[in-house]
Design a protein around this ligand. Structure first.
Ligand code: ADP
Ligand code: ZN
Length: 760
């Protein structure tokens, strides 16, 4: 062996340094590939690094998932370059992504994709560069300046450093003037990375920890006491904090976070997307970011621009922001070391991602907490059946806060039997006399009202009373909704959108007297206008929110008392805290009861309780009117009595009898395609294959195949097979194996959904 040869190879082989990287590509291939690590990249290619590699005749991005010394494949090609200065996915998050791929039966690249925001994954770095002006020390010989120039210089000096644009705006000067100051050696103008701060314009006043009441104190002590359990990285308990609306759960979160920070650890707070209001964010920023104490709170949600999301993510990755508040995907925020994960409103269905990987952020939080030795707190006024079941079985530790924090009373809930109201008026009224009277009183007293109806639009269908024609979506098995303001009929599944016909479109009919049936928020708003012409009414649903600022504006107006009545969909159901709201009206409580879903009762109970919780948060006691056609349904009656335990006990019995979750675990197989016959045959075939593997799983209940409740969506026919088992991990691996071996006809797709939330 020659010396040169030796020199070349020696450093690499002496410690058996890995020279091969296993890479998951950003392509849906369901497998990983090995690449050589060129010497110049040896120091930067690590597990989790984003890299660019050759693939066939292209160059693709990917993520390094392992470093190896040898590879079973010959003729490896080298990695071309690494992306970004900091490895993007930490080994801990990588491990979590692996768990997701296994548990939710999806390819590794799909799981990996979800753990990094799109804005961070890109090859080109997303930093924004901006020109900054920096004041330089005064030179020995003072140059002669005009009064104007001196004025501008003073501004620059006062700020020491500021964006050029800001200085131009503040001083009203021209760029030329600044260049002249630069020529004189008084200032320096250069590009710099400037971070976008989505909350920069907000003025947030700092808050201090409140004196806790006894129940809050007990919760905080238990949570903080558990954080030392068994050593830093050993698994910690999961808490279920069941506290009624207004019991002060947020203060418990805040103090638990403060404790995690004291121990040198960070925290993630998950909040459902729709409760991630400026108000919510502000409560966290006010405690930790405001004033000079400044621990950065990063915010991650879908309303941020890509650039803002990029910057927020890097603040976390660099360890500058140690508290993260965000929606579902914030569960992957690279906080390290992580001390605490809070999942607020843990029962919320939006924690489940409805595209692959179909993960549930609450469950991922529990797994991540276990992996990283972080305490997990699941909080809710209406815990999910799953979490409460786990608490009853001792898997989670239950913390109860049955009273409102500030001694405010729970609102009085009155259930109004709409069958009676319907008898008195022609057709179905929107407002019962009771609710009408209550609104009237509030207007007189200058108090505010929230009206809730979880359906947007004006009417739910267009019908012809002569021939029975109903306007349906051509792509979906669903009636079109009438939007009066827009003058359109729209499909709420595929967004199909047509003008309203002047007469019945049935060629054999043509009746000009077509009718609109059913109601939505738009109709509630219009009817209010007729009943209370002087009331200031605002509507909040996705139709009313056209621009990014609308959300803040509508809530802001309501908060400042510029609106008397706010009408809305589920957007107004949670997280809002307006002390002047003394009346809440639920227009049509049965709406969610009749959904073809075993969770319909649970969902209704949660919705009614949450919406009611918006009332009476100030000094005047709150009142809630629940209008229902099935007023004696248990979900409505238990909600009226604020009796979660009563509801749970009767609901769990029903689940036990029918072996539904949480008593069993569920997996949903959804087959879709344009050709109904093919879809149906494929579903039958899949069922046979599952039956063959049933013994592997052990206990398994197979229901279906049957057309899904929404039998056709976006031109696709949909068939379901519902599986229930006590052994979800085994079922998961059986399904993964099945999916791998399955040969579906062209045009038919199968979706595997583990622990499904949406059965429609
Ligand atoms: P939840 O999230 O449980 O619905 P919040 O955290 O919104 O309840 O608290 C409800 C109200 O009670 C808030 O106005 C909050 O400031 C107040 N509050 C919470 N804890 C205390 C406390 N210990 N003392 C006084 N007021 C409190
Ligand atoms: Zn449609």
């Amino acid at each position: 062996m020659t010396a040169a040869f030796c020199l070349f190879y020696f450093p690499r082989f002496r410690f058996a340094v890995p020279v091969i990287a296993r890479v998951t590509l950003d392509l849906a291939l369901g497998k990983e590939f090995d690449y050589l690590i060129p010497e110049e990249l040896e120091d930067v290619v690590e597990v989790g690094a984003r890299v660019k590699v050759p693939f066939a005749h292209r160059q693709v991005l990917g993520c390094v998932t392992a470093l190896l010394e040898t590879s079973p494949h010959p003729n490896l090609r080298p990695i071309l370059k690494t992306i970004g200065r900091q490895s993007h996915v930490t080994p801990k998050i990588l491990k979590l992504a692996r768990w997701i791929a296994d548990y939710y039966c999806c390819p590794p690249e799909t799981a990996l994709k979800s753990v990094l925001p799109e804005a961070v994954r890109k090859e080109k770095e997303g930093w924004r560069e901006q020109l900054f002006v920096r004041a330089l020390p005064e030179p020995e010989t003072k140059p002669k300046l005009s009064a104007r120039q001196r004025e501008i210089l003073e501004l620059a000096r006062a700020a020491k450093e500021m964006p050029l644009q800001d200085l131009l705006r503040q001083s009203g000067a021209a760029a030329q003037t600044l260049r002249r100051l630069e020529d004189k050696g008084l200032i320096h103008i250069a590009p710099q990375i400037s971070e976008r701060d989505p909350y920069a314009r907000d003025i947030i006043l700092p808050t201090r920890a409140l004196a806790l009441n006894a129940e809050q104190q007990r919760a905080v002590s238990e949570i903080t006491g558990a954080s030392g359990d068994g050593g830093a990285d050993k698994p910690k308990p999961v808490f279920l904090l069941h506290g009624v609306t207004g019991s002060g759960k947020t203060e418990v979160y805040l103090q638990a976070i403060a404790h995690a920070l004291e121990r040198g650890r960070g925290a993630i707070v998950l909040v459902p997307e729709i409760s991630l209001t400026p108000q919510t964010v502000e409560r966290f920023k006010a405690r930790f970011s405001a004033g000079s104490s400044g621990t950065l709170v990063a915010v991650l949600h879908s309303h941020l621009s890509a650039g803002e999301r990029h910057d927020e993510w890097h603040k976390i990755r660099q360890g500058r922001a140690r508290i993260v508040i965000g929606a579902r995907s914030a569960v992957f925020a690279p906080v390290d070391p992580l001390g605490l994960i809070i999942v607020d409103e843990e029962h919320e269905h939006s924690y489940k991602q409805e595209e692959a990987p179909r993960y549930h952020a609450r469950d991922v939080a529990v797994v991540r907490g276990r992996m990283e030795g972080a305490v997990v707190v699941l909080g809710s006024a209406t815990p999910s059946m799953e979490s409460y079941y786990n608490a009853r079985k001792g898997k989670y530790r239950l913390l109860e806060m049955p009273d409102r924090a500030d001694n405010k009373k729970m609102p009085i809930v009155r259930v109004v039997d709409m069958r009676a109201a319907a008898r008195h008026e022609k057709g179905t009224p929107i407002f019962s006399p009771e609710l009408k009277e209550a609104i009237h009183q509030r207007l007189e007293r200058g108090e505010q009202t929230l009206l809730f109806l979880n359906r947007r639009g004006f009417a739910t269908s267009l019908q012809c009373p002569l021939c029975g024609y109903v306007a349906e979506c051509p792509n979906c098995s669903l009636a079109l909704t009438y939007h009066r303001q827009a003058g359109r009929l729209r499909c709420h599944v595929c967004a199909h959108d047509v003008p309203v016909p002047a007469a019945c479109p049935n060629p054999k009919c043509g009746n000009p007297a077509i009718r609109f049936a059913g109601m939505g928020t738009e109709k509630v708003e219009a009817t209010l206008g007729k009943l209370f012409p002087r009331a200031r009414v605002q509507r909040m649903d996705s139709d009313a929110l056209k621009r990014k600022e609308d959300y803040r504006r509508i809530l802001g107006d309501f908060g400042r008392g510029k609106t008397d009545i706010l009408v809305g969909t589920q957007m107004i159901a949670k997280g809002l805290h307006f002390p002047n709201v003394t009346l809440v009206g639920i227009i049509y409580a049965d709406l969610s009861l009749h959904a073809p879903d075993f969770r319909a009762g649970e969902r209704t109970f949660q919705l009614l309780t949450q919406v009611s919780g918006r009332a009476g948060r100030g000094d005047v006691e709150g009142e809630v009117f629940v209008q229902a056609f099935t007023p004696f349904h248990p979900a409505i009656q238990y909600a009226r009595r604020h009796d979660f335990n009563g509801f749970y006990d009767q609901e769990i019995e029903f689940r036990q009898q029918l072996k539904y979750p949480p008593v069993s675990r569920m997996a949903l197989l959804l087959l879709t395609g344009r050709n109904e016959e093919k879809v149906k045959l494929s579903a039958d075939h899949v069922k046979q294959e599952i039956e063959k593997r049933a013994a592997e799983v052990g206990d398994l209940i197979i229901a279906g195949p049957a057309p899904a409740p929404l039998a056709r969506a976006e031109t696709m026919y949909r068939y379901q097979i519902v599986l229930r088992t006590g052994r979800i991990a085994r079922l998961g691996s059986a399904l993964a194996a099945l999916a791998g071996a399955l040969n579906l006809p062209k045009g038919v797709k199968m979706i595997i959904d583990i622990d499904p939330v949406n059965l429609i």
